[in-house]
Design a protein around this ligand. Sequence first.
Ligand code: PEP
Ligand code: MG
Length: 544
Amino acid sequence: MQQIGSSFVLHGTPISPGLAQGIIHVHHDLLEPIDTPVDIAHSQVEQELARLDFATAGISEDLVVLATRVEKEIDSRLSEVFGSHRLMLNDPSLQQELRREVVDNLLCASSAVKAVFLRWESRFLALESQIAREKGDDMRDLSIRLCNALAGITAHPLDEIPPGCILVASRLLPSDTVFLAHRAIAGVLLEHGSSGSHAALFVRQLGLPCISGIPDLVSTVPDAILALVDADAGTVTVRPKSTQLIAFQRLTKEKAEAYRVARANARRPAVTRDGVTVSVIANVGSSSDTQLAIANGAEGVGLYRMEQAYLGRTTPPDTSELVGEMTQVLAAAKGRSVCVRLLDVGADKPLPFLAFFAESNPALGLRGIRLLRAYPELLKTQLRAVMALSRDFDMRILVPMVSLPEDMAAVKELLRQLWPKETVPRIGAMIETPAAALSVQAIAEYADFLSFGTNDLTQYTFAADRDNAAVEHYFNDGSAVIFRLLRLVHDDVPQMPLSVCGELAGRPEHIAELLRCGIRTLSVAAPLVPIVKEAIRHCSCHPD
Ligand code: PEP
Ligand code: MG
């Protein structure tokens, strides 16, 4: 039990490594349950409706700007969320319900927003479907924006966070990530967020130490108090004693020195103690990611996500636009091996120029290669762009969401039809569904390499949505179950080059086991490259 004024330690799941010391800044959600809705007179109805329309239009515009910013600066997958937010905000039944609260119930615009969004949020949260529950988070995010706009608050609450603080929050909402990208905060503590969640991906991409899964964090942790975050061990010491502070500072120094050594060695190959060279490459979403990755010793790009070139557009990019976008993002990796993953959207991340499919279980729907097979023109444009880039880069193609051998065969066949005589880039299958892992011999007929997407592989194996806090206990990408699948794949196709590009690849504590499963390439967030290389140097591929 925590005593007032005394030091205490919290435990959670390490999400993004590193040590951080700073003053706690507790970030409360703005949307508290409504206690006293503000009534208006009949004469104010028009004015409140106009305020509502103005705020809605403003937020819609902001969402477009945000999506573009996130795409460029952080990660394409996060930017997809803002497109869906725009659709939700402008949903006719939501808009009607808001207007009814003002016109029929005579609530002011802010009270109407709070009432309606809380209702929608709880409706979504009460539903069984994981996607519906995620939409609960989206509703909260949107309502915070709308309430702020109505109150004339233009800054995001996270805009105000003091530099160097330890941010404490229940969860990171999609829009929060944008505001954190340029803040010099020291670390992040969360109540919710699995290791494969988009929030996790984001903090790793930024190199921010982060621990999640700390129960009741926001209500128990005091604001404005010193905390020591050890995101390697998953512990937080709140209000440390001077002896704890001294020990932590010593540890920080040691780790900083270890990181300095890792960076100094980063351009050297990563060779295990038993002499096996492991390739360390990077997952990139923006040109600054690629620059950092190469500066940190990444030997190439293991995962370029095509999504960023498509999202927020009303028409699909043509080949030359795609080539332009990819050339810009990948410039720093010129001459190296670059693996482009074909477009992985669909389901709950609709592209505005494709029909919106109402799928009851979108994570199991028309996403990744399934969508590309349904729209072969989209696929052709991407293949043409990759082919054009192969003049300057050693290109590879990675196919997302493979679950049947024919998913690979379709891409191979298209490559053959388009370039019957030329040498085409090597092609790999993402192993991110249990079906792909269990039928790998048949899939391997069409693949030059395989890359494990452990984020989705974990989500589909445990039937636990990677972004759903309610089931994060089930999402365990470092579990024996996942390693069993990895080993099985290696045993079934022992000659096949195997890599991991899911978040598991960046967790030093699992690297020895990954190597023992036959993995010889790890693709990780740019800030992690030096420590992953150093960790490899301390491992052996065969047990001693
Ligand atoms: C994965 O699923 O592990 C992966 C790398 O792909 P994404 O995270 O983009 O789904
Ligand atoms: Mg995936």
